[in-house]
Design a protein around this ligand. Structure first.
Ligand SMILES: Cc1cc2nc3c(=O)[nH]c(=O)nc-3n(C[C@H](O)[C@H](O)[C@H](O)COP(=O)(O)OP(=O)(O)OC[C@H]3O[C@@H](n4cnc5c(N)ncnc54)[C@H](O)[C@@H]3O)c2cc1C
Length: 392
């Protein structure tokens, strides 16, 4: 059987490569960047994705570099008061089957990359930006920068938020900017002055802003993420999300919360994007995966987790459909569509909910205080994970 080509060697592309090769398919990953890699910040991983990482045979190795917070704490950024917490101990594991962890993105990506290198049937090529493709009877021809064309049995576009493969398959233009701007910083743990919650992950929510703090790499460094929902962006003004807007948006916050802003770098920011859920991300022997298929805002911390789940489901469908890859891709899309759409839409909701002020803030805090401690945020549908090959 001809190999399957994957455009993009991010977390999604590597997870898909590993899942397919473990089902016996030959795979070639074509990555645009000169080297396979990830940015140097943290990422959260819920129990639903651990289930998938275990199936891929990489959970134990990845967990070695992870940090396991004792609780997820939600605090009000205006007065620094804790509103609620989700304990992440034994009861959490009994309910969801796995622990919640946070990890440096390079350690997660690196764990997948190492596993791909060891796995028979995977070829990894960098400096191979995919420029376009054409479909012929039973194959896909892929045009790349810096090389001759490739021929594969199929193409999976795991080429991220700005996916060129998506433009060829769906053609729906640029993703939607939410006007939310993110500043990040990883600093040595010793530099953190307020250590009162440092064994947990803390999320401070406030008017048009929130801040997240958690430790990484055995607790040696602290990951800090400050986000603002830009009013300048909403008013169509210039300089939206610039550092002075970051300071101004946090000006009303409790001193301790404002103090945490010094841990994020002002050198660059990231603008959050998503897309309306689509129903047509497969065409013939070409399909999409991860952010290329269903980019989401960060508010459920699930974008990469959905990409990993995608890879596992895709491989299961490919194994079941033999050489009918169009059938496999349509079955994969059908199975992933509603779950990923729910993540996209729920993330938008949480992005609004966390950023409220006035009476809405009072209501949010009261609802958070009264939540069911056994089913915090009603996340069973998400954290309990998905069935693959007929089993959880
Ligand atoms: C601030 C922030 C916080 C987040 N926090 C979390 C979190 O806590 N948990 C979580 O699960 N998710 C989180 N996410 C989402 C997560 O980062 C993404 O969903 C995830 O990285 C998507 O992976 P991907 O492989 O689909 O795409 P990407 O990571 O974007 O990878 C795409 C790859 O394709 C390559 N590429 C691009 N164009 C081409 C081309 N033409 N040819 C070949 N290769 C190409 C790129 O170089 C890249 O390597 C967060 C996102 C943001 C912005």
């Amino acid at each position: 059987m001809k190999e399957i080509l994957i455009a993009g060697g991010g977390i999604g592309g590597l997870a898909a490569a590993l899942a397919l090769a473990r089902k016996g398919r030959k795979v070639r990953v074509l990555e645009k960047a000169a080297e396979f890699g990830e940015i140097g910040y943290g990422i959260q991983m819920g129990p639903n994705v651990s289930r998938m990482l275990e199936r891929l045979g990489v959970l134990a190795a990845i967990e070695e570099t992870a940090f396991f917070p004792q609780a997820l704490i939600f605090a009000d950024a205006l007065d620094n008061r804790e509103i609620t917490r989700i304990a992440l101990g034994d009861a959490f594991v009994r309910r969801f089957g796995f622990r919640y962890f946070v990890i440096h993105r390079r350690d997660l990506h690196g764990g997948l990359l190492e596993a791909c290198k060891r796995q028979e049937g995977i070829v990894l090529e960098s400096s191979r930006g995919v420029l376009g493709f054409s479909e012929e009877k039973n194959l896909v021809k892929v045009k790349c920068e810096n090389s001759a064309d490739y021929e594969g049995a199929a193409l999976i576009g795991a080429d991220g938020l700005w996916s060129p493969t998506r433009q060829a398959v769906i053609g729906d233009g640029a993703p939607r900017s939410a006007g939310h701007f993110v500043y990040r910083g990883v600093v040595p743990d010793a530099e953190i002055t307020d250590r009162s919650r440092s064994d947990s992950m803390t999320i401070w929510g406030g008017p048009n802003l929130h801040l997240v703090q958690y430790r990484l790499r055995g607790g040696t460094v602290m990951n800090n993420v400050a986000t603002i929902a830009s009013r300048r962006f909403r008013r169509g003004e210039g300089n939206a999300g610039a550092p002075d807007e970051l300071e101004a948006t946090f000006a009303r916050c409790h001193g301790q919360v404002r103090d945490n802003l010094r841990y994020v770098s002002r050198e660059r920011n990231w603008v959050l994007h998503d897309r309306e859920p689509a129903t047509n991300w497969t065409r013939g022997r070409v399909t999409l995966l991860g952010d290329a298929a269903h980019p989401t805002l960060q508010y459920l911390a699930q974008g990469a987790q959905m990409a990993i789940e995608d890879g596992v489901v895709l491989a299961e469908k490919v194994a079941a459909a033999g050489d009918d890859l169009n059938r496999a891709f349509l079955a994969y899309q059908r199975e992933r569509m509603n779950r990923t759409a729910r993540v996209v839409l729920s993330s938008r909701f949480f992005g609004e909910y966390i950023h409220v002020d006035g009476g809405a803030r009072e209501l949010r805090n009261e609802l958070a205080r009264r939540r069911d401690p056994d089913n915090p945020w009603e996340v069973d549908w998400l954290y309990k994970g998905i069935e693959v090959d007929g089993r959880l």
